[in-house]
Ligand binder design. Structure first.
Ligand SMILES: *[C@@H]1O[C@H](CO)[C@@H](O)[C@H](O)[C@H]1NC(C)=O
Ligand SMILES: *[C@@H]1O[C@H](CO)[C@@H](O)[C@H](O)[C@H]1NC(C)=O
Ligand SMILES: *[C@@H]1O[C@H](CO)[C@@H](O)[C@H](O)[C@H]1NC(C)=O
Ligand SMILES: *[C@@H]1O[C@H](CO)[C@@H](O)[C@H](O)[C@H]1NC(C)=O
Length: 236
């Protein structure tokens, strides 16, 4: 889990609410704690919700916990600290989570707020599409893929694709080619040796070909993200 920051919201009438931004990996768990003051003397109830849907309601007087059926199998509520543990988070769980206290004779008040974004844990994989070599030149085309996206590159040119909070990059170095997928909580790389793919090449390269990189993305992703593509040609 990555805590991206804690933010303050000031609204009128003058109340200050702080909220925390959390970035969590797919299938991970997170514990949300109460950050505001809860005076138990006149407390009636504590309620955790997301998008105006109640997740848990705890009736303090009767000490009864009511968990929404939608969340029953994957949340734990702690009756002593009022914290909420969310297990097995999925992408669709991204959103705003709030805890409210209900104190006798007062309007409901927010006592915790979290903005959660669930990031995909994807492993990059590198495969050879084609390879060709002669004594003075070598050409290798590889496919660097992660999740639904892939980058196909030949002519020894590196490229990268940025979408949302993740980066997929394909880079050629001296003797290797690597495919890297990263987001703020995870970094993974797949690497391949170039020499075995160019068995006829003697080392004196003749690399005059154009830089080429193809990006493959599912349509849904193209529509929902702002995509930024960089292509650069390696120069010695
Ligand atoms: C909350 O609403 C937003 C936008 O309507 C949606 O993208 C998100 O998945 C919802 N989150 C939950 C946990 O229902
Ligand atoms: C690249 O490799 C991935 C995983 O093997 C595959 O799903 C994808 O279709 C390939 N992309 C292209 C353009 O061949
Ligand atoms: C890519 O270029 C580098 C240096 O320019 C060279 O060492 C390497 O062998 C080349 N690889 C391929 C596959 O062309
Ligand atoms: C392509 O790569 C393989 C090793 O994966 C090698 O055995 C083969 O000779 C290469 N082909 C050419 C034309 O260089």
């Amino acid at each position: 889990m990555h805590v991206k920051g804690i933010y303050l919201l000031i609204s009128l009438p003058l109340t200050v609410i702080s909220y925390e931004v959390l970035e969590v990996l797919n299938r991970e768990s997170v514990t949300l704690k109460i950050t505001g003051r809860v005076d138990e003397e006149k407390l009636r109830a504590i309620e955790w919700s997301t998008n105006k849907t109640t997740i848990v309601e705890y009736m303090y007087v009767g000490k009864t916990v009511h968990v929404s059926t939608r969340y029953k199998s994957r949340v734990d509520f702690d009756v002593d600290t009022f914290s909420l543990r969310l297990r097995n988070l999925m992408k669709k769980d991204s959103g705003i989570y709030m805890a409210m206290k209900n104190v006798e004779g007062r309007p409901k008040e927010t006592v915790a707020e979290y903005h959660i974004s669930v990031l995909e844990a994807v492993d990059p994989s590198l495969t050879v599409v084609s390879n060709w070599s002669s004594s003075d030149s070598c050409s290798v085309t590889v496919n660097c893929s992660a999740g639904d996206a892939s980058l196909i590159s030949s002519s020894n040119s590196s490229c990268s694709l940025e979408g949302g909070r993740s980066l997929l990059s394909l880079s050629f170095n001296h003797n290797t080619v690597s495919c890297t997928h990263s987001n703020p909580v995870r970094w993974r790389q797949d690497t391949m040796e170039l020499k075995p793919l160019c068995p006829l090449n003697k080392g004196n390269q003749n690399q005059e070909s154009r830089a080429q990189c193809w990006v493959w993305l599912p349509i849904a992703l193209v529509l929902s993200l702002i995509i930024h593509v960089d292509v650069w040609k390696r120069r010695e």
